[in-house]
Unconditional design. Structure first.
Length: 357
């Protein structure tokens, strides 16, 4: 038997995987996300597991790894590809290495192409493989930055992944459509980029003409991940506020999810820090939200009572993140940023005043 959990981070659409041996209670975790470390460490403790190692499939460009955060919380080791050039890991992995947990193990397979240091982890009985961004469900990772090489990816996929049994389940690092798992047989037949009769030259031509924008978090994520997610000069395990289930971002901002704010609307005060035209604009505003533009916030902070926690909001969560720091400086202790701002609030179909469809 194997204990297995597939976890999801909605901000980056990242899957994190927890695998454990039920007899020894030893576990490994693949591709943890920094902001989800409180969730992940809580799950490990609730299940009575000992997290031995966090494993990275590659140096991510769209989120910061939770490896260092979990090491501080749980004492786990950090493992990453020897070709990643990352600093601060406890173990640097090479092709055909094994990572043990109890009586089980994962075999390391080098699958470069998305980055030089991409790894796929194959369970000992070849029933499961964790492909990172190398093979996605009916797709694959991009090859146009971070040492990307479409020929290397094509060859690695066919030699290292498509050579597994057809029934082997494939678990990717991301999915943006809600899909959770595929199989070697499916991707061999139906993957439009890599499967069927697609040749190496076909694949190179396809990948060379995608024309994608760079990931929004790339300038933050890549440098942080080259240090295994370590935040210099900041505590990764600062005390968790108790008034709401908050996540701490890599930038040191406490965030709260929209669904919690919706469910506890009467218990918090929502401070909208956009401009008046935005407050009454297409996105509308959260019912009961108080408008205090960011430029006025420092002067008007005394207007905000301390009897209820304050949740700041803007369009995307960027300005309101700055607002939480300003309110903390003004003496408000219970403050959090609305994760994803009004864009996510509207996307999740929560109540608004004004705005338009």
């Amino acid at each position: 038997m194997l204990m297995f959990r597939q976890l999801f981070d909605p901000q980056s659409s990242t899957y994190t995987y927890l695998l454990a041996d039920p007899d020894s209670r030893e576990a490994v975790m693949l591709d943890p996300v920094y902001e989800e470390a409180p969730r992940d460490s809580a799950l490990v403790r609730e299940l009575g597991l000992v997290l031995l190692t966090t494993l990275e499939t590659h140096v991510h460009a769209d989120h910061v790894t939770g490896a260092w955060n979990l090491k501080q919380r749980l004492g786990s080791k950090i493992a990453i590809s020897a070709d990643s050039k990352a600093e601060g890991a406890d173990r640097y992995l090479k092709d055909r290495d094994t990572v043990k947990f109890g009586k089980r193990f994962l075999q390391v397979r080098a699958t470069p192409g998305h980055t030089n240091g991409c790894l796929t982890y194959v369970l000992d009985d070849e029933t499961m493989a964790f492909t990172g961004d190398c093979v996605l469900i009916r797709g694959c990772g991009r090859t146009d930055f971070q040492q990307g090489d479409p020929r290397a990816m094509y060859r690695a996929v066919h030699a290292q992944i498509f050579s597994l049994p057809e029934s082997c389940l494939l678990y990717p690092a991301h999915d943006y459509r809600g899909l959770t798992v595929s199989s070697v047989g499916e991707e061999r037949r139906f993957n439009p980029r890599l499967g069927g009769e697609v040749s190496e030259d076909d694949f190179v031509g396809y990948m060379s003409n995608l024309g994608l924008a760079h990931p929004k978090q790339m300038d933050i994520a890549v440098p942080a991940n080259l240090k295994c997610g370590r935040r210099e000069g900041a505590a990764d395990t600062m005390e968790q506020p108790s008034w709401a289930p908050l996540n701490l971002t890599f930038a040191g901002i406490w965030e709260v999810q929209p669904h919690w704010v919706q469910e506890h609307a009467r218990e918090v005060q929502v401070i909208d820090v956009r401009e008046p035209a935005e407050y009454d604009g297409p996105l509308g505003h959260i019912p009961g939200a108080v408008l205090i533009p960011l430029g006025d916030l420092a002067a008007r902070a005394p207007e905000i009572g301390k009897d209820r926690p304050a949740v700041t909001v803007c369009r995307s969560g960027a300005r309101s993140a700055q607002a939480t720091l300003m309110l903390k400086k003004a003496g408000l202790e219970r403050v959090a940023n609305l994760a994803g701002g009004m864009l996510r609030w509207r996307a999740q179909h929560f109540a608004v005043e004004g705005g338009r469809e």
